[in-house]
Design a protein around this ligand. Structure first.
Ligand code: C5P
Length: 213
């Protein structure tokens, strides 16, 4: 009988603007794996909810919005708007919203040859058996400066305050809070550029996944 090859799953968790997205895209491309930015699922839920004229206090509407999210939703440029970031972190604190988007994430993870998935709870909740778990972090001032550079028309102090509030909400929530999985490798990206983060992460992935250099 043919041996079943287990998909290679790499999880990258961490706070906002820690460099997860850039690293996930690069690793996925380099290793020939799919990339899923799980934050987009919560952003798409938030966008659908806002388009329905509702807010996160309407739990029924939020869960219906999450259940309606498909991969086709994830390319909408409006998902990156700062207003959607805040609403995404509010809907992400609703347990039934998280349940509604779980199957899509696990389907991506279980499809060969595998995937790189970035988010907040991927190594802890979504893919606890992942091949390699990374956790990216950076000092709050560094992350705020990076996010402000992404939104040059916004006030840097407002960007920093919104980032801090989102991190706080993501860390204290009761369900699937932002946390380092016990078997994750932590990479502090404060003093590293994208190239250096990629080099460090690739070395960890090769070692943990037993890949040839
Ligand atoms: O990663 P990104 O900043 O796009 O995520 C937007 C929001 O979605 C986060 O602030 C967080 O509240 C939520 N999120 C989550 N779990 C994930 C990914 C994102 O709760 N795995």
């Amino acid at each position: 009988m043919a041996e079943r090859v287990r998909p290679l799953v790499i999880t990258i968790d961490g706070p906002a603007a820690s460099g997860k997205g850039t690293l996930a895209r690069r690793l996925a491309w380099h290793l020939g794996l799919r990339h899923l930015d799980s934050g987009l699922l919560y952003r798409a839920t938030a966008l659908r909810l806002r388009c329905a004229g509702e807010g996160a206090t309407n739990v029924t509407a939020a869960v219906a919005a999450a259940a309606a999210v498909t991969e086709a939703d994830l390319t909408d440029a409006a998902l990156r708007q700062p207003a959607i970031s805040g609403l995404a972190s509010e809907v992400a604190a609703i347990p039934a919203v998280r349940t509604a988007v779980l199957a899509l994430q696990r389907a991506v993870a279980s499809t060969p040859p595998g995937a790189v998935i970035d988010g907040r709870d991927i190594g802890t909740v979504v893919c606890p058996d992942a091949t390699v778990k990374l956790f990216l972090d950076a000092r709050p001032d560094v992350r705020a400066a990076r996010r402000a550079a992404d939104h040059p028309d916004s006030d840097p102090a407002t960007v920093a305050a919104e980032l801090a509030e989102r991190d706080r909400r993501d860390t204290v929530r009761a369900v699937a809070p932002l946390a380092v999985a016990p078997d994750a490798t932590v990479i502090d990206t404060s003093a590293l550029d994208a190239e250096a983060v990629f080099a460090v992460a690739l070395a960890v992935v090769r070692r943990k996944a037993g890949l040839e250099p």
